[in-house]
Design a protein around this ligand. Structure first.
Ligand code: LHQ
Length: 267
């Protein structure tokens, strides 16, 4: 049987995915990226899953691409042909980043330690990012002669503005979790000992909420970044109109009127 490079647990409506190569700080190999993609597909297809929570095993979240993976490690043999590392992006990172961004349920990252390179940008691509206070983030790419990938060039300026995005990307310095929160790169920092419980409590809360409304909110925010004000208002109206026909809208209003807890079930 192949190694479980992603540990999968179900906690009620929450699908927990744990990056699981702690001996290499959960650096991504092609096999691991394949398993992560499969795990996300399976969560997307499972109607009982209403939130995905991603975290790391051991002391790191992820050190990004495994630089020893034969798919990317440059050969040291004299005269050996250089490898096209763009292949890894086309076949693994791009589908992964797109899958994360289009999940039919909210996705929460609980960053338990260092998140470097594609590991950091994968976390920033999630809907909510929680970090333990000893976690850190670095755009490690410039140190090895590369540029931010896995959505980094798109996400960073949108999250922190051009000046800070360039500082992070060019210098590649380690950013502490509190500073990442202050800059608006992540949602919240919590004490290390509370990270997993807090993340699970938030994931359970999200799982009990009207999933379609949450996912359409993500979509509207992402689309609005590309739109002028009036088209953004019209998009809100179009999406709101659709949500108005949903079970969850009827249920939400009925529960409010009846002063009871709503039971949302759309997905
Ligand atoms: C690692 C790694 C690693 C292998 C730690 N690989 N072993 C996409 C497509 C195509 C090509 C390239 O890239 C990409 C996207 C990317 O993600 S590029 C960026 C790749 N990541 C990096 O450059 C980060 C490299 N790692 C580090 O800078 C440090 O290890 C960090 C800051 C993450 C952690 O530092 P420390 O806490 O001091 O730990 P350490 O450096 O001692 O690492 C512990 C072990 O993990 C060590 O192995 P060892 O056998 O000596 O215990 C490292 O070699 C191994 N490791 N990152 N990415």
């Amino acid at each position: 049987m192949s190694e479980h490079l992603i540990q999968i647990e179900q906690h009620g409506g929450v699908r927990l995915l744990r990056l699981n190569r702690p001996e290499a700080l959960n650096a991504f190999t092609a096999a691991m990226l394949g398993q992560l993609r499969q795990a996300l597909e399976a969560a997307a297809e499972d109607s009982a899953t209403r939130c995905v929570l991603i975290t790391g095993a051991g002391r790191a979240f992820s050190a990004g691409q495994d630089l020893a993976d034969p798919h990317v490690a440059p050969s040291r043999e004299p005269g050996a042909a250089p490898k096209d590392i763009g292949h890894m992006l086309d076949h693994y990172y791009i589908p992964l980043a797109l899958r994360l961004r289009s999940m039919p349920v909210p996705v929460l990252a609980a960053v338990n330690g260092v998140a470097a390179g594609a590991g950091a940008n994968m976390a920033f691509g999630c809907d909510l990012v929680l970090a333990g206070e000893s976690a850190s983030f670095l755009q490690a790419f410039s140190k090895i002669g590369l540029l931010p990938d896995c959505g980094g060039t798109w996400l960073l300026p949108r999250l922190v503005g051009r000046a800070k995005a360039l500082e992070l990307a060019l210098l590649g310095d380690k950013l502490k979790a509190v500073e990442a929160e202050r800059l608006g790169l992540i949602s919240r920092v919590v004490p290390d000992a509370e990270l997993q419980d807090t993340a699970m409590a938030i994931a359970q809360k999200l799982a009990g909420m009207p999933t379609r409304a949450l996912v359409e909110t993500r979509r509207a925010l992402d689309e609005a970044l590309k739109l002028d004000f009036e088209p953004a208002l019209k998009l809100e109206a179009a999406l709101q109109s659709q949500l108005g026909f949903s079970h969850d809208y009827l249920e939400g209003v009925a529960a409010f009127m009846d002063k009871r807890k709503p039971e949302f079930k759309d997905r």
